[in-house]
Design a protein around this ligand. Structure first.
Ligand code: FES
Ligand SMILES: [Fe+2]
Length: 466
């Protein structure tokens, strides 16, 4: 097997044209290698911290052949408040808690111990074995190292719980690298779930995730949005992770001030009107996500509060100021972000391997995909919105299974969904020679494959022949 990976971050920065083989999406063998070399070896987001607020609250995070139990053992946010274990009894390998096919996860509360359903071995919430029937039958061979649950590393960032099954893994903060510096100031930990949906799609987990990795598809997939905004984009690698953001075709015109994000002016002569139309359109068609009601309302007021002819920069500054006031009055603070910070943070991030975050000052629209069983043509797709709410006013939500209907997901996400199975089928054609992501606008996708190839030693990216 060729383990040589020649494409470097510098190749991506130089915007070389790059391709990679479709086996990453189609091959059962590739999926088997991911099971061994990816999922048990990398940090990955398991759930939001807010989902297990009380001591004894727990859930399973299930990916490929792995199942991990995460449980809260102490109050608060610091290290040592959560524990994670492989969901398997060390006796004869029964899953300790059942995870039923077709469900999102298993979860519960008030746990003080886990009792295996097969022979009754029992474990406390530290994973220590506290009961074995007839231990003397082992003639002294049993010891805590073999009778306890196998620990999994667990840490939190931005209000998300991350796990890593590799005991030798680098700390989460090192894994996140520049993501922490650039996105940390958004304080995602202050946001709470607004809605969360999941569904199984007929495509590989990477095909599903990549449908949301770049705005290059907007002109072809969401044609109706072209009436409201420009969608030319850049993308950029940050080591394992990557970002995309709105851009100008003429680089001299690029503005500092958050114009790369969802919080930007719309297209049109009068920025007061176009900003309202763009924001309202996003609200109505992206399932009330990728913006907030406050931003829609503040944008609506622009025409009343500003004279015709106000320059775009002033319109945006007024819009932000007004939205902050509206939010302050209802008890929602905004993070302190400079225009330069917002520009660097761009529109949306891919956090390796399977997490996508499209963010604004007070909200984020996020996606995650996971493989589904042993089928490379299927994935579990999840999307969720988080937002800053006034204290105590966050809605009660749970993972809701929702088929890909307009009613469940809104029109924009349904348009994205319509590409997924079609891409998966198309890549099987003998007439398809390999993907050719746009070196400027889709570099984030290429970087994902560069890193995946590095991690699992297969499916290498290479320069596109001229
Ligand atoms: S498999 Fe768990 S107690 Fe036997
Ligand atoms: Fe899209």
């Amino acid at each position: 097997m060729d383990r040589q990976v020649n494409i470097t971050p510098q190749d991506l920065d130089a915007e070389h044209a790059i391709t990679y083989p479709v086996e990453a999406f189609l091959s059962k063998e590739y999926l088997e290698i991911e099971k061994k070399a990816l999922w048990p070896k990398t940090w990955q987001m398991a759930e939001r911290v807010e989902d297990i607020p009380n001591v004894g609250d727990w859930f399973t995070y299930d990916v490929a052949d792995e199942s991990v139990i995460v449980i809260r053992v102490k109050e608060g946010d610091g290290p040592g408040t959560l524990r994670a274990f492989h969901n398997v009894c060390p006796h004869r390998g029964r899953q300790l808690v059942d995870v039923h096919p077709g469900t999102h996860d298993s979860r519960g509360s008030n746990r003080t111990k886990f009792i295996c359903g097969f022979h009754g071995w029992t474990f406390n919430t530290e994973g220590e074995n506290v009961y074995i029937l007839d231990p003397d039958d082992w003639h002294g061979a049993l010891h805590p190292g073999c009778t306890g649950l196998t620990p999994v590393q667990v840490d939190t960032w931005g209000g998300w719980i991350f796990v890593n099954m590799d005991p030798e893994a680098e700390p989460l903060i090192e894994f996140l690298g520049e993501v922490d510096r650039i996105l940390g100031p958004y304080q995602f930990e202050k946001m709470r779930y607004k809605w969360r949906n999941w569904v199984v799609f007929d495509c590989n987990w990477k095909t599903g995730l990549e449908a949301f990795m770049e705005p290059y598809h907007v002109a072809g997939t969401h044609t109706q949005l072209l009436a409201y905004g420009e969608y030319y984009a850049y993308s950029k690698q940050y080591g394992l992770h990557g970002v995309s953001g709105f851009d100008e075709r003429d680089s001299d015109k690029r503005e500092i001030g958050g114009s790369s994000s969802t919080m930007r002016a719309g297209k049109g002569e009068d920025a007061r009107i176009s900003t309202y139309e763009l924001t309202r359109e996003n609200w109505e068609t992206v399932n009330n996500a990728s913006t907030t009601w406050t931003l829609v309302e503040a944008a609506r007021l622009l025409q009343e509060e500003l004279p015709e002819g106000t320059p775009t920069g002033e319109v945006i500054a007024h819009w932000f100021k007004r939205a902050k006031e509206i939010d302050a009055a209802r008890g929602v603070d905004w993070p302190e972000l400079t225009p330069a910070q917002m520009t660097e943070a761009g529109l949306a991030w891919h956090i390796f391997p399977n997490m996508s975050v499209l963010h604004g000052s007070t909200y984020a629209l996020c996606y995650r995909t996971r493989p589904y069983g042993d089928d490379p043509d299927k994935c579990i797709f999840e999307a969720y919105a988080i937002e800053r709410f006034p204290e105590g006013e966050a809605p009660q939500t749970e993972w809701t299974h929702g088929e890909a209907t307009l009613e469940n997901w809104g029109s924009v996400l349904c348009q994205d969904f319509s590409n997924m199975a079609a891409v998966q089928r198309g890549m099987k054609s003998s007439g398809f020679k390999g993907t050719m992501p746009n070196p400027h606008q889709e570099q984030k996708v290429t970087n994902f494959h560069r890193n995946l190839a590095n991690v699992i030693g297969r499916g290498h990216v290479k320069l596109l022949d001229r």
